[in-house]
Design a binder for this molecule. Structure first.
Ligand code: NAD
Ligand code: ZN
Length: 236
């Protein structure tokens, strides 16, 4: 790590950072997510074709959050957020709530959140009740059975892109943690950050698809490598 001198950091996280908490990853673009093909649970077409299956899938993922906890990698990023006096934005592709449960505040969920629901009738984003399968009412327009998971499915526009693009253009350090580099636009963030002159670091179990775009790569478990990297940065 080129140690000193960084002012603005963007951290991108993916499913790999939650793996050691017991939240299964995706295993690549054609991989299965908890035994389901991605096309069957994470596209608008799947939801139109079989809404009951899709609702039940996300109800189960939401319920599973109660059985997992943040791991040392989430804790380390929360510590970075608390102690880093420069700019910081943690951009997660994850739909779990482990970053915020660890205490991170300067963060955005670009692919939505399990804990949120989106009303198809009025567009309101709202706290999700325990289950959406049973067709609860929207808290704003009172329509029944119109709440969908507030998850950005394949083919949909990620959230917070303006803020993320601005942070990438202004950062001098970009760090990607636990992501396979297969899902765009997130997979392209490293090239955007480099274009604006940032130092780029990958922390992942194995080389990601875009590993050659990074100035530096550290391969191993996030639960060990992320705390070590945060220690280095804060002791600079
Ligand atoms: P991915 O599953 O495609 O890739 C995960 C990456 O993490 C892999 O490269 C893997 O080698 C690495 N990894 C696994 N265990 C690790 C560990 N202990 N330490 C460090 N790295 C580890 O995930 P992605 O790139 O985030 O893309 C998946 C998409 O699926 C995202 O859009 C996300 O919204 C969704 N998803 C989210 C969750 C979650 O919220 N926890 C879980 C599964 C999928
Ligand atoms: Zn509504």
């Amino acid at each position: 790590m080129r140690g000193a001198g960084f002012q603005s950091i963007v951290v991108l996280t993916g499913a790999g950072i939650s793996a050691e908490s017991g939240v299964p990853t995706f295993r690549g673009p054609d991989g299965l997510w908890e035994g389901h093909r991605v096309e069957d649970v994470a596209t608008p077409q799947a939801f139109r074709r079989d809404p009951a299956l899709v609702q039940a899938f996300y109800d189960a993922r939401r319920a599973a959050l109660a059985r997992v906890a943040p791991n040392p990698a989430h804790d380390a990023l929360a510590r970075l957020d608390a102690e880093w006096s420069g700019n910081l934005l943690i951009v997660t592709q994850n739909v779990d709530d482990l970053h915020e449960r660890a205490g991170a505040a300067r963060m955005v969920h670009m692919h939505g959140e399990l804990k949120s629901a989106l009303c198809l009738a009025c567009g309101e984003r709202q706290e999700a009740p325990e289950t959406l399968s049973d067709g609860p009412a929207c808290t704003r327009c009172a329509a029944h059975g119109r709440l969908r998971p507030d998850i950005v499915w394949f083919g949909e526009m990620p959230y917070h892109m303006d803020r993320i693009e601005a942070a990438l253009a202004a950062c001098d350090l970009f760090v990607s943690i636990g992501t396979s580099g297969a899902v765009y636009p997130a997979a392209g963030f490293v090239q955007g950050a480099r274009h604006y002159g940032a130092h780029t670091l990958e922390i992942n179990l194995d080389p990601s698809e875009g590993t050659h775009f990074f100035d530096e790569a550290r391969h191993g478990r996030a639960g060990e490598l992320v705390p070590a990297w945060v220690d280095e940065l804060l002791q600079r």
